[in-house]
Write a protein of this length. Structure first.
Length: 337
């Protein structure tokens, strides 16, 4: 690959082996029943509950059908961003904390071919069992090895992380929202202690998700972490309420996904907030596009997070070079002005 060319982006839709594994399991359940359970779970999440409502193997499958496509898509977006800002990062080992059905591990083997050893932890037995079944059917040797090596542990992350052997890549995908507020700082420190290379924390792109990400980011910068994405600086965030930093990843909805959600649009936009923290200082970071740029006949206007703070970047059409460069900018991209 050309040293200057950005890495090819991994696509946001579930890989064929994962789709096939889910499809095989869903044979035993009616789509209506999956839809009912998924609706009950999403109501419980909206009411501030966590994954405790997922009790049985059917509940776990309903979670995977309703939410895994979106959390997988968010994981691909974050890994794509990370491969741009940490181009030399080649993780051989990974820890997926609060791994559920193994969403981030599936995305990680697509993003980092060199990954050879993945350990996972989750407190929910049904989600863990589903993850093991899906990984047993996966095309990736590394995922299959999780089953053979029994490297998916059942237990509380706050207990299991203490003293665990560090991994090159540590991921907590959609987990930190389920950690008690007064444990969040300790949780961040435990994750960091388990990180040999880079730590990824992702949460729903809500003000509360962002607030938790910011708290963990601040905690770990103070402990020596470098920010690799999305922020191009390590100072406090310059956004002020009611604004908050979040991004969106569009993903296709399969026929089952449409039926289970009872919707018509063939795609959805998953909103997420995230931070990538690295032990090594990343090479120079570009500005981050914080919202969809506005394109009019006369100009392109983009909201950017830069080393100088949040700025409104305007390129008039008559400035052809600058206007053309900005035409390809998308919300979430790392760009040079
Ligand atoms: C919303 S799910 C996310 C699953 C997966 N990481 C994903 O992105 O699709 C949250 C997961 O965190 C797990 N979890 C919540 N609190 C936990 C804890 N204290 N220790 C370990 N796992 C926990 C839940 O059981 C659940 O599997």
């Amino acid at each position: 690959m050309d040293a200057q060319a950005p890495p090819t982006r991994i696509p946001p839709d579930l890989p064929p082996d994962l789709k096939a594994g889910l499809g095989k399991l869903a044979h035993r359940m009616s789509r209506n029943m999956i839809a009912e359970r998924a609706a009950a779970q999403s109501q419980s999440y909206r009411a501030g509950g966590g994954s405790q409502a997922i009790l049985t193997s059917d509940d776990a499958l309903a979670y995977a059908f309703a939410r895994m496509p979106a959390t997988y898509a968010a994981a691909t977006a974050v890994f794509n961003a990370m491969r741009e800002t940490l181009p030399a990062f080649q993780p051989r080992t990974m820890l997926d904390i609060g791994a559920g059905p193994g969403t981030a591990a599936f995305a990680a083997v697509a993003a980092f071919e060199i990954l050879a050893d993945i350990r996972l932890i989750d407190a929910n037995a049904s989600l863990r069992n589903l993850g093991l079944t899906l990984m047993g059917e996966a095309g990736s040797e590394t995922l299959q090895q999780v089953v053979h090596r029994q490297s998916y542990s059942h237990g509380d992350a706050l207990v299991m992380l203490a003293g665990t052997e560090p991994a090159d890549l540590v991921v907590a995908s959609y987990l930190a929202g389920e950690i008690a507020g007064d444990e969040l700082a300790r949780f961040a420190q435990l994750l960091w202690a388990a990180t040999a290379g880079a730590l990824v924390v992702t949460l729903p792109g809500t003000p509360e998700g962002y607030r938790r990400i910011l708290q963990m980011r601040g905690e770990l910068i103070a402990a020596g972490a470098h920010v690799a994405a999305p922020c191009p600086h390590e100072r406090p965030c310059a956004l002020r309420p009611p604004d908050w930093c979040h991004f969106a990843q569009r993903l296709p909805r399969s026929r089952d996904h449409l039926r289970i959600k009872g919707v018509d649009a063939p795609f959805e936009d998953e909103k997420f907030s995230y931070v990538v923290l690295s032990r090594a200082k990343p090479p120079s970071l570009g500005a981050r596009v914080l919202a969809p740029p506005k394109i009019t006949k006369g100009a392109i206007t983009a909201k950017l997070c830069t080393e100088r703070g949040v700025v409104t970047d305007v390129a008039a059409r008559r400035d052809l070079g600058a206007y053309r460069r900005r035409k390809s900018w998308r919300w979430g991209d790392s760009v040079s002005q």
